[in-house]
Design a protein. Structure first.
Length: 337
């Protein structure tokens, strides 16, 4: 089979031919039909030496084989992959939070991922994908679940406005869910005009260009009040402090953007305002279930976020291009093309 391998810190991905993996007793062999490129993949390649690794944790596919201990799956079943798994027996695993397990692992983040034609996963990582959901949308279940988890961790009342900082795939996902759950105003701030336009298509009711002036003042002009709930979805140094400065007294900041490098904040302004802050990561299994159910029923529509699909041969160039300013949002690889 063909797979895209990392070749060193900051280097381009390389497509190579390797042997097809064989599933262990409790695993599925999945023919990868769609896999999204995640911003964390870009960060990992640029900041870590992941030589000869296969990334890709946002994926869907078809069961192509399984181990002798697997029950409940048949060849040809369509699945959306939950890339996290733990020991399977601790309280966190049993409650659907494997990212809290002391032994948690990530497919595509240490274990071979889905930038490949085939991948193996634990059978408990597979969620049935209804026929109503396309396989590219199946690959978007993971980033949509990230946005859902971030929204659920944000203390807002139905009908309350919210400020989302950043209109990349994560910010777009949060905006989609905020709209779905009844936020009165979903205001998204981003410097890139195309991303602001995508945000309006995905669920934002208004957008702000930070280059036009103070973001909090622009938000107040739209909503009639300063921001109380701020969701940071950029993940670069300086953005947490920016979000803390934007929130009004007794406000709340949810940090969803994944900042891999070190960052620094000045605590005193946030202390004076007595802000609460929630850092979030990944999702729970019930976030996956709700995302899949909502996609099946058509109650959420992520189509504005899917800006391109392409075959494995295009992946290295597309991956490198995302490291620079772009009009793209969610890019999905179709390895079987």
């Amino acid at each position: 089979m063909r797979a895209a391998f990392t070749k060193g810190k900051g280097e381009s991905l390389v497509i190579e031919n390797v042997s097809e993996p064989s599933p262990a007793a409790d695993e599925l062999l999945v023919r990868v039909e769609a896999c999204g490129i995640c911003g964390s993949d870009l960060h990992m390649v640029d900041s870590m030496d992941l030589r000869d690794s296969v990334l890709g944790h946002e994926f869907s596919g078809v069961v192509a084989g399984f181990g002798k201990e697997v029950a409940g799956f048949a060849e040809g079943d369509r699945i959306a992959a939950f890339p996290l798994f733990g020991c399977g027996v601790c309280l966190d695993c049993l409650s659907g939070r494997p990212s809290r397990c002391a032994k948690w692992q990530l497919t595509g983040g240490g274990l071979p991922g889905a930038y490949a034609e085939y991948v193996t996963i634990k059978s408990r990582q597979a969620f049935a994908l209804p026929d109503e959901i396309s396989l590219p949308f199946g690959a978007m279940v993971e980033p949509l679940a990230v946005g859902l988890h971030g929204w659920k961790k944000t203390p807002v009342e139905v009908g309350e406005p919210v400020l989302i900082i950043g209109a990349g795939p994560v910010g777009q996902s949060v905006a989609l869910w905020a709209n779905h759950f009844g936020a009165r105003e979903v205001v998204v701030a981003d410097l890139v005009a195309n991303r602001r336009a995508l945000a309006l298509a995905a669920g934002a009711t208004s957008t702000i260009d930070p280059a036009d002036g103070d973001v909090a003042e622009q938000y107040a002009e739209i909503t009639g009040e300063l921001p109380r709930a701020v969701i940071e979805c950029v993940g670069v140094p300086g953005m947490i402090e920016n979000a803390l400065n934007l929130a009004r007294a007794d406000g709340h900041v949810t940090v969803v953007g994944m900042c891999i490098g070190s960052d620094q904040i000045t605590p005193m302004p946030a202390m004076v305002k007595e802000l609460t802050t929630q850092f979030v990561l990944f999702y729970r299994e019930d976030d996956y279930r709700l995302t899949i159910s909502s996609l099946k029923n058509g109650t959420i529509d992520p189509s504005p976020l899917l800006t391109a699909t392409f075959g494995l041969d295009e992946l290295p160039g597309r991956f490198d291009a995302l490291k620079h300013p772009t009009t793209e949002c969610k890019l999905v690889i179709e390895p079987q093309r």
